[in-house]
Design a protein around this ligand. Structure first.
Ligand code: MEV
Length: 402
């Protein structure tokens, strides 16, 4: 196939937001952390429109400098330099932005899946689409000859595999071409671009896989290992082992999310912590202390001891406050939630945004948070990850020359 094909296609994909039970900020430095997918989701629709000559985002001309996530994604998955056609992108959903709920990771993961479904994937002759070694292009933790983390200038053909597998013979598209691990890796690399090189894979992995995700500096027993992420950060190389926790959570257990009404930038909060540690390297002890609390929380979670899980959340909040990433409003909402819940803490980067409470009394906890000035959402545990929700007339485009 050496002819470009352009169809008038449409794809809709969605991914959940996340909240972090333990370990935010410390996880950027390789400490353990746990996050769960929430019910709230981001939905991304991509389509081609008649005579569209430039990318459009929500009906307006796309400006990459205002939307670094979409720009970085475009560089990796839909590069103009190899002839990809302009698209119209529409984003909606019920995850508030800049609030610690993973809205940008959910967007990146869902958009990565939509673009992959729309362009499809070349695989080796007689290959199996579910086996990454058989792919002729793409990103995966089990293949080493492509790199989603390459600088934007070098990203041009970074998805094309080298050697024998670099020549594709069979083209697949739609659901068969989507790979959750690929969307998780691409999502992480995009978070790293947007956060000045310092980003854990926590958000992207949880939004891609759904359920409960445990990140650790080592392989953990009793949970399913899904892959490794390595990132060169301004503070050195960091590596994370990613696990999916299949612990069945009780049906009477809920998360109440409370929004302060303030917004905060994850990139700035992460930078604040990095500067704090540069000025006073001894404060790394606080990062390690968060890691210890997270490890206790993980043990409690695996035992199904949710009283102890709540306790670890409370301790985690104290340490996050000491680090300086909480805020008066977050503290107020956490305090209001504590009497009716097992434990409460901020979630995500802090400085504003949301707190969460683990509770068996969602109504009571939610009312207490609202009385203290927060807006609330209730979410059950164990929500699904990335999904492809609609397709028509695919592929929209696929690269020539295979
Ligand atoms: C953001 O949801 C959580 C942080 O730990 C940043 C990261 O993990 O990249 C603050």
């Amino acid at each position: 196939m050496d002819k470009e094909v352009v169809n008038m296609g449409r794809v809709v994909a969605s991914a959940p937001g996340k909240c972090i039970l333990f370990g935010e900020h410390a996880v950027v430095y390789g400490q353990p952390a746990v996050a769960v997918a929430i019910e709230q989701r981001m939905i991304v629709e991509i389509s081609t429109e008649d005579e569209i000559s430039e990318w459009k985002l929500d009906g307006k001309e796309f400006d990459g400098s205002k939307h670094p996530h979409v720009q970085a994604l475009r560089d990796r998955m839909w590069p103009k330099s190899v002839g990809a056609t302009p698209l119209s992108v529409k984003i909606h959903g019920d995850i508030p932005a800049a609030s610690g709920l993973g809205s940008s990771a959910a967007l990146s993961v869902a958009a990565c899946a939509a673009l992959r479904a729309a362009r499809g994937r070349w695989i080796r002759k007689n290959g199996d689409f579910s086996v990454p070694e058989d792919w002729a292009e793409g990103y995966h933790s089990s293949i080493e000859d492509t790199n989603s983390y390459a600088d934007s200038e070098n990203i041009r053909d970074s998805a094309r595999r080298s050697g024998q597998n670099g020549v594709g013979h069979l083209h697949i598209f739609g659901q068969d071409s989507i790979d959750v691990e690929e969307c998780s890796i691409v999502g992480h690399s995009i978070e790293a671009v947007a956060q000045g090189g310092r980003a854990s894979p926590m958000d992207a992995t949880t939004c891609a896989y759904g359920g409960i995700i445990l990140l650790s500096d080592k392989l953990e027993p009793g949970v399913d290992w899904t892959g490794t992420r390595n990132l060169s950060t301004p503070n050195g190389d960091v590596s994370w082992e990613i696990h999916s926790v299949s612990a069945k959570s009780p049906d009477d257990l809920f998360l109440v999310i409370g929004h302060t009404g303030d917004y905060s930038s994850t990139a700035q909060q992460v930078k604040y912590v990095a500067e704090l540690l540069e000025k006073d390297p001894l404060r790394m002890k606080e990062i390690e202390a968060i890691g210890h609390v997270a490890r206790r929380g993980v043990d409690a979670l695996l035992k199904g001891d949710y009283t102890a899980v709540g306790h670890a959340m409370k301790e985690n909040q104290v340490l996050l406050s000491l680090l300086g990433v909480s805020s008066e409003k977050l503290d107020r909402l956490v305090e209001a939630a504590n009497p009716s819940s097992l434990g409460a803490k901020l979630t995500g980067a802090g400085g504003g945004g949301c707190m969460i409470a683990l509770t068996r009394n969602p109504k009571e906890t939610s009312e207490a948070i609202e009385l203290a000035g927060g807006r609330t959402w209730i979410s059950k545990f164990n929500n699904k990850g990335l999904t492809l929700d609609a397709i028509s007339d695919l592929p929209i485009w696929f690269p020539p020359g295979n």
